[in-house]
Write a new protein. Structure first.
Length: 344
């Protein structure tokens, strides 16, 4: 059965492409009925473990799109670099961890000081996502929004309650799966049967298509995960409070600075030093990478220049001497010989 393309298609459907438990059961029954696999022991054992390998039972839990196999393989590759000995393993693992933290700081700086390029101009949903999401998450969100143009509404939405609308969405591809999207007009809540937001943390193309049809131009706050945003509100509030306190202290120092009253100023500075132990220290801002050439590019530029100079010197040595150059060298040697004779 491993070489049968039809069986493998149904098995992959059970493993990755079923949105609900009911759809999983229907696909499995069809697979067993088409290939007469009622008494297959391996399939029975795998059915008992279906909660561990089928996405139909875990798509409503956040996993950031990571599978257990890829996560373990990535961890193993990192631990192999760290080595096997105990002492060297700890030291190497600390080095690996430092590289992770350095990469995170670089990404934070890029997200803080850079704005991504958008595919569509003057699109309100895309502009809002560019201001909210990090660069990597915005690229994923932009792909979903662009793919939403390939989604069509099968029929007019039906009413489920006073404010809820039910949409049947399908792509233009032949025999594509129908997705059910439920949108609450009053609360601006949206749910899709593909469970993209629950598992990945960003809205799917079907939900974005419905938001576009309903003239919703801003992503609701409940559908923006903090872990995918550029900066948390708590961090911003902490920074603003610390900057305001420092500004107030600086103003008081400047007001008390006077040549006639140096004692008051000294007393104020000493009291501030005594209070520093109870207050939280002000952290230095993250270092910003300067624009222009990097150190590697500068080094490469200088190396090219040194190479050119060396090649010129080689060419000078290899080229034959002209008559004027020969006469000049002979006259110079005669002058040296005369000076040596006069010295003797």
């Amino acid at each position: 059965m491993n070489n049968n393309s039809g069986f493998k298609k149904l098995w992959n459907e059970c493993m990755q492409h079923c949105d609900s438990e009911e759809e999983f059961e229907e696909t499995r029954k069809k697979m067993i009925a088409d290939y007469n696999l009622d008494g297959h022991n391996w399939l029975k054992g795998m059915y008992n473990l279906r909660h561990r390998w089928s996405t139909a039972f875990s798509n409503n839990k956040f996993s950031a799109g990571l599978l257990a196999t890829s996560r373990s393989e990535g961890t193993n590759s990192v631990l192999k670099k760290a080595g096997n000995r105990k002492i060297s393993f700890v030291l190497n693992y600390e080095k690996v961890q430092k590289t992770w933290r350095a990469n995170e700081k670089i990404e934070d700086t890029r997200c803080r000081h850079g704005k991504p390029a958008t595919i569509l101009k003057n699109n309100p949903l895309l502009d809002h996502g560019a201001n909210v999401y990090t660069l990597n998450i915005f690229n994923l969100f932009q792909v979903e929004l662009f793919e939403s143009l390939n989604i069509q509404l099968r029929e007019q939405p039906s009413h489920s309650g006073h404010f809820s609308r039910v949409f049947e969405m399908q792509s233009y591809r032949h025999n594509s799966k129908v997705r059910i999207v439920v949108f609450d007009v009053q609360k601006e809540e949206i749910r899709c049967s593909c469970h993209k937001f629950e598992s990945m943390g960003i809205l799917c193309r079907h939900a974005l298509r419905v938001l576009n049809c309903m003239n919703v131009h801003i992503i609701t706050e409940m559908y923006i995960k903090k872990r995918w945003t550029r900066a948390h509100e708590e961090t911003r509030n902490m920074l603003t409070e610390s900057f305001n306190s420092v500004a107030e202290k600086t103003i008081t120092w400047l007001e008390n600075l006077s040549i006639k009253e140096p004692i008051a100023c000294n007393n104020l500075i000493s009291s501030e030093r005594n209070n520093q132990s109870t207050e939280e220290p002000l952290r230095n801002p993250l270092s910003i990478k300067s624009r222009g050439l990097t150190n590697a590019c500068i080094q490469r530029h200088w190396m090219k220049r040194v190479k050119r100079e060396r090649e010129k010197e080689k060419l000078k040595l290899q080229t034959p001497l002209t008559l004027t150059a020969m006469y000049g060298k002979i006259s110079y040697m005669k002058k040296l010989i005369r000076e040596m004779m006069n010295d003797h």
